[in-house]
Design a protein around this ligand. Structure first.
Ligand SMILES: [Zn+2]
Ligand SMILES: [Zn+2]
Ligand SMILES: [Zn+2]
Ligand SMILES: [Zn+2]
Length: 329
């Protein structure tokens, strides 16, 4: 046998340690060659008793356990990452007390003593556990609401941020409504609880905001349903002081950010021989106007609104298109 083959041989032999229970003693009482393999702990080696091989009974139960442990080992490892304070899974940095009890960095800020053993809490990271975590699959933290996704440690936060099962705040623009619920209930909530929300079907509609100059009229909201989805159109008026006011308008999808990225919308204003057109991707209702980064909505000043309104009403033509869905290729 060439030297180069021996590592393979060794690997094959140690693999047989797992199947040792299938090994029967040969008629002459000798143990077959592969049964002489020992596991690192040595516990799988059958003991010889006067020409026969006695397999300790604790090994008898080992095979079904091992098959089961393949799944449960991961569950066991995942369970080690449960924070003893908030019961969430500990994300990096994984912190520990001097005795090794783990704690999430969020709860670490709230305690001075280890919640398990009551000694002073340190800021020591458990780098080994952080490495172990990268190889594990964790349940989504919204599993209590019905999410069945299990995600890699590195993808967990991103998934949870845009998880369709997470509770959504009511997207009605006046911020007064305290309703929270799953995405699938948002549409019904909007039409039942907010009676001034108008609904319209079709991918090319007119969103008519009436009496835009009226003092005290601050927001106009409509739900546009097309492509099997619901989109929330909003126009908000904000007073900036000294008679100065601005209008913000945008389309947000009643869906996750990932879903919203599959669409495109444009808003056009066309009146009094003037045309204005805005095109963008809808945001998710997860994002309020205030949280939009880079001011990704159409901003109109008072003068522009006056130029485009007729009889005090502003007609916004909204067209929503589905763009190429990368998942459908
Ligand atoms: Zn915690
Ligand atoms: Zn401790
Ligand atoms: Zn989820
Ligand atoms: Zn509401």
């Amino acid at each position: 046998m060439s030297f180069g083959n021996s590592p393979n041989l060794e690997r094959r032999q140690s693999a047989t340690a797992m199947t040792i229970l299938e090994v029967e003693p040969t008629p002459d009482g000798e143990v077959k060659e592969e049964t002489s393999d020992t596991s690192p702990a040595g516990e799988l080696v059958p003991e010889r008793e006067g020409g026969s091989v006695r397999v300790p009974s604790r090994i008898e139960t080992r095979r079904p356990l091992e098959a089961k442990e393949k799944g449960s080992m991961e569950d066991f490892l995942v369970s080690l990452f449960e924070c003893p304070v908030c019961f969430g899974y500990i994300m990096p940095p994984v912190l520990q007390c001097a005795r090794g009890h783990l704690l999430c960095s969020f709860c670490r800020q709230k305690v001075t003593l280890c919640p398990v053993c009551r000694i002073s809490m340190t800021n020591i990271r458990s780098l080994a556990m952080e490495k172990v975590a990268t190889k594990l699959i964790f349940p989504c933290k919204h599993s209590q609401y019905g999410c069945r996704e299990r995600v890699l440690y590195g993808e967990k936060l991103n998934h949870e941020e845009d998880c369709e099962w997470r509770p959504y705040n009511c997207p009605y623009p006046d911020d007064k409504c305290k309703w929270k619920g799953p995405l699938k209930d948002v549409y019904l909530h909007l039409v039942h609880a907010h009676e001034n929300v108008i609904t319209m079907e079709g991918n090319d509609i007119i969103f008519l905001a009436t009496n835009v100059n009226l003092e005290g009229a601050l927001d106009w909201t409509m739900v546009q349903s097309c492509h099997g989805r619901h989109f929330l159109l909003s126009l908000e008026k904000i007073y900036l002081g000294e008679g100065c006011q601005q209008y913000f308008t945008a389309c947000r999808m009643i869906g996750t950010m990932k879903d919203a990225a599959k669409f495109m919308y444009n808003i056009s204003l066309d009146a009094n021989n003037r045309t204005l057109r805005w095109q963008s991707k809808p945001r998710s209702i997860r994002e309020s106007f205030a949280s939009f980064t880079h001011a990704d909505f159409l901003v109109l000043n008072k003068m522009t609104v006056e130029q485009f309104s007729e009889d005090g009403n502003l007609a916004l033509n909204v067209v929503i298109k589905k763009v190429q869905d990368p998942d459908e290729n």
